[in-house]
Design a protein around this ligand. Sequence first.
Ligand SMILES: N[C@@H](CCC(=O)N[C@@H](CS)C(=O)NCC(=O)O)C(=O)O
Length: 225
Amino acid sequence: MSCDLTIHHLRRSQSERIIWLCEELGIPYNLKCYDRQPATLQAPDEYRNLHWSGTSPIIQDGKVTLGETNAIFEYILAKYANGQLVLPVEHPQYADYVFWLHRANGTTQPGLVAMMFDRLRSDTDGDFGQKVVPTRLQSNFQAMEAQLGKFPFLAGDEFTAADCISVFSLTTLRMFIPFSLEQYPSIVRYLERIGQRDAYKRAMKRGDPDLEPALSAAAPKDPLW
Ligand SMILES: N[C@@H](CCC(=O)N[C@@H](CS)C(=O)NCC(=O)O)C(=O)O
């Protein structure tokens, strides 16, 4: 059967969850499998070239190429699930559903992956473990910069919850991990726009009245840690 949805599966990786999701939903999909590079266990170049993130999972659906597990879950569930596998907001256990839906990749896995990189740092010359995270972060900020160079907000012309969830990492979190945004002028202009939003001003005033939001390009001085 022909279909638009293709799952790019990096073997031994979390893209197995996308295959499983589609099997549970009983929806058609094409499957393309890739092996990790034997020496580094990284994705092969053919995989990396599919999406700037270069990490598994990645799907393609018509003209859309999408990375990031939870985004792919939301996309497939919203577009193809017809209500299957999703608890509606009226359900008494909706809060449990939404919590566990996001917990795995929001907390459990980052914690385990941090432990994995620590192990790599101590087991090897440290080179690999030390390079992977900064490289990924850099491509993340470069992609944000490109997006915000084209649009005022992350999802385009409209301010959305995607902005609400993303700004903390660019502002208050920098008080714990100071880094400069000087090389990202579009992100800096975006933060200026965010800082002018009445709701953001109200929120910061209510929650942290004695805090000057870290909205400028320079790395915050006097880190909290
Ligand atoms: N937060 C990302 C993490 C993606 C990720 O790190 N995937 C791993 C596989 S489990 C990967 O692609 N590793 C190979 C590589 O980095 O080259 C997501 O959930 O999509």
